[in-house]
Write a protein that binds this ligand. Sequence first.
Ligand code: ASP
Length: 310
Amino acid sequence: MPRKDLLDIAGLERGEIDHLLDQAVPFKELFTRSVKKVPALKGKSVLMLFYEPSTRTHSSFEVAAKRLSADVTNFDVPHSSIVKGESVRETVETLQAMRTDYIIVRHGRSGLPGTIAKMTRASVVNAGDGAHAHPTQALLDAFTIKEKFPDPTGKRVLIVGDILHSRVARSTSTILKKLGLEVAYLGPGSLVPKNGPENIHRFTNYDEAMAWSPDIVYLLRVQMERQEVQYFPSLREYHKLYGVTDERLKAISDKGLYLMHPGPVNRGVELCDAVMDYERTLINDQVENGIAVRMAVLYWLKPGVLGGEA
Ligand code: ASP
């Protein structure tokens, strides 16, 4: 059964996740053809409503919608009446009057996409809300992992860094647990929350975390913009304690581990330059797969029922 909105991974059933990941496979196959478009959403309109900066998620949704032949409009937040104090409700009513079919929202406030979803008949996709959720990132991460491990049950993923402020950590660990993988967090004690998803191992020491034998090391960006106090002494210190340094990359390579990162990367903080050339770094696969899973999401959602939820 299709849903109206995609707001969070937690609300999705295993069957729905499997369906979206399966559906992304034929969409990805299109990318190698000379014509990369299908007419699935011809005549539909997709509106991008980004209140927070984004490079890859924004362009990924835009490319995904265009490959489905939808019309895409970018709602230019900094130049719109939003800066003149127009409320979110007024903005959504305007979009409703334009008969938009899909609204892709990014906002610094957790839960805002859900509020918008209740106000409109359009399908709403959460493209990241505060530190809360980033469901399409989770789907693309799961898809990328399944390409390397078709049956990922029991595989181990170590998520490293600023867990506290990361919507990626929250959504990606939720999907990985639902798919039967094991997840652990590593980071400074101040950035690894004690509460949160259950059955997640928590480490503050790099060597102890590596002794847990992960198959994939998933690095997070240090979210300076969400840190109102200082959580660790300095970025140099962070790199030394938790970053993938040249020396650690050698050990990672010897063990054949995969490396992932949602981007944007802070080089010299989460990872050293050499990571970008390491053959098991999946960062570019994540970017490419992001388009395929977003196509699958847009194709699956069904606009139209007021007040639907994910
Ligand atoms: N691009 C991801 C996000 O929007 C990760 C990050 O910004 O660190 O959450």
